[in-house]
Structure formats: structure tokens, C-alpha cells
Write a protein that binds this ligand. Structure first.
Ligand code: PXP
Length: 251
């Protein structure tokens, strides 16, 4: 079945808005795992705007205890690689990072940053991390990810979700075709395919229907929805849509 990774960064965003000690991301992670999340995703940004180093330590312990994967999202910097080598997460997802951006706005440019990314990938693999590169569904980027030694790519779904939500059906269909072709090409190269960014109830099904995708990582929408219905219920509805999309696509 398609796995659901829950990104709990924005629990930390709420905590940090007050400089308080709550709400705790690790408590959200515990709840998400109890409600059937297949893994937890957290992004330790260079500016520490949401997740902190202490959160990573707590999340690492929790995931180890529960036997569930922690997907550590990180920029390709010596500092972050050092932290990941110490934390030894199940998975490391390398993402582009610019301090002025509101969120991760595009995919990693593996073609231009090849040497740096390949070197970081090799170092992370020495501690058993499955390395994933967060990229656009561009054949050159996908080929470069495979050449750099990554085992996984995560396709950036942000542009698809934005235009689909804005009602631009033609543009959404074109981006979806690129995501489909990219997932198929990556699978041919032997890469595991994940997807994430910007996914909500309205956009999840076409993405979940892409057969090569093994995992979706979803954060902002689920944490927002949790305010109204609770995290378990928000996750259950998301999971039901993911499963329905898979069944309908297989029929
Ligand atoms: N996957 C990656 C690589 C990300 O950087 C993010 C955002 O931190 C997500 C998934 C989750 O995106 P969203 O919070 O929009 O669901």
C-alpha cells in the first residue's frame, strides 16, 4: 500500500510563535504513529525556524522505540550532514534551502550541484540512511539523482497542487503528466519514488493514483486540519482518499 509520512514541522511553528515549550512536535509524532502513520518527517532548517536540534533527538528516540522510520529533511550543508551522521535516521531527504523562502519552493538542482550532492549522499549512506533527493519531475534531475547514488527521489508536487487548487485544469493536467512520466522513469532506473509538498484532500487522489509512488509526505495541510478535527481523523480521511485512488487506478 501507499505509505503516509506525516510531517510535524508546523506543530513546532505554533510552539515557536510564542517561544513556549508547547505544543510539542514529539507528542504530535506519537499521536500520528498511534493513528497509523507509516513514518515521521521533520525538517531541521538551517535557521531553526520550526524544528530544533532537541526535537530531532526526541523524534529519533520515539521512532526507534516505535520501530518506525524517521525521515530527516535537510539542506546539503556540512552542518546538517554532521547532525544526520550523529542521529543516524532511517532516511535523509536532501532539499534545497534558502533562508528567505516561506517553504521549500522548488526541487534540488542535482545537475548543477552534482559533486556536492553525491558526496553528501555517500557520507549519509555510511550510517545506513536511505538517501532521498527532493526534485522536480525533470528527466535530467532524475538521472542525476540516480547517478549521485540516491536510493529514493521525492517528487515535488507543490506546483501541481497550487495550479489544481487555483482551478487551472489544463496546467494541472500538464504537470500531472510530467509527474507520471517522471515516476515511471525513476522506477525504470531502480529508484524508489516518493512525493510531497502542498498536498491536501482536494489534490491527493491524482498523485496517489500514480502507481510507482510508494510514499506521500504530507504536513502543513494535515496539521492545519488537525486544529478542527484532530490529527487522527485528518490522517484517516487522507489515508482513505489515498487508498481509494489506488483502488480506482487498479480497477
Ligand atoms: N516533502 C518535502 C521534501 C518537504 O520539504 C515538505 C515541506 O517541508 C513536505 C514534503 C511536506 O509539504 P507540506 O507541508 O506542504 O505538506
Amino acid at each position: 500500500m501507499l505509505r503516509l509520512g506525516v510531517n510535524i514541522d508546523h506543530v513546532a511553528t505554533i510552539r515557536n510563535a510564542r517561544g513556549a515549550s508547547y505544543p510539542e512536535p514529539v507528542r504530535a509524532a506519537e499521536l500520528a504513529l498511534a493513528a497509523g502513520a507509516d513514518g515521521i518527517t521533520a525538517h531541521l532548517r538551517e535557521d531553526r525556524r520550526h524544528i530544533s536540534d532537541a526535537d530531532i533527538a526526541l523524534l529519533t528516540d520515539l521512532c526507534l522505540k516505535r520501530g518506525k522510520p524517521l525521515n530527516f529533511e535537510m539542506a546539503v550543508t556540512d552542518e546538517m550532514v554532521g547532525i544526520a551522521l550523529g542521529a543516524r535516521p532511517h532516511a535523509a531527504c536532501l532539499v534545497p534551502e534558502r533562508r528567505e523562502e516561506v517553504t521549500t519552493e522548488g526541487g534540488l538542482d542535482v545537475v548543477r550541484g552534482f559533486d556536492r550532492i553525491a558526496a553528501a549522499t555517500a557520507r549519509l549512506r555510511t550510517v545506513g540512511a536511505r538517501v532521498s533527493l527532493f526534485i522536480e519531475a525533470d528527466p535530467a534531475q532524475i538521472q542525476a539523482a540516480a547517478d549521485a547514488g540516491a536510493q529514493v527521489i521525492e517528487l515535488h508536487t507543490g506546483a501541481y497542487c497550487d495550479v489544481a487548487r487555483e482551478g487551472h485544469a489544463d496546467r494541472a493536467a500538464a504537470i500531472l503528466e510530467r509527474l507520471k512520466a517522471g515516476a515511471a522513469f525513476a522506477a525504470e532506473l531502480g529508484l524508489e519514488v516518493h512525493a510531497g509538498h502542498g498536498i491536501d484532500y482536494a489534490t491527493v487522489k491524482p498523485i496517489a493514483a500514480i502507481p510507482q509512488i510508494a510514499e506521500l509526505n504530507i504536513g502543513h495541510f494535515l496539521i492545519g486540519e488537525a486544529i478542527f478535527v484532530g490529527l487522527p481523523q485528518a490522517m484517516q480521511r487522507m489515508r482513505a482518499l489515498m487508498d481509494a485512488a489506488r483502488l480506482e487506478a487498479a480497477a
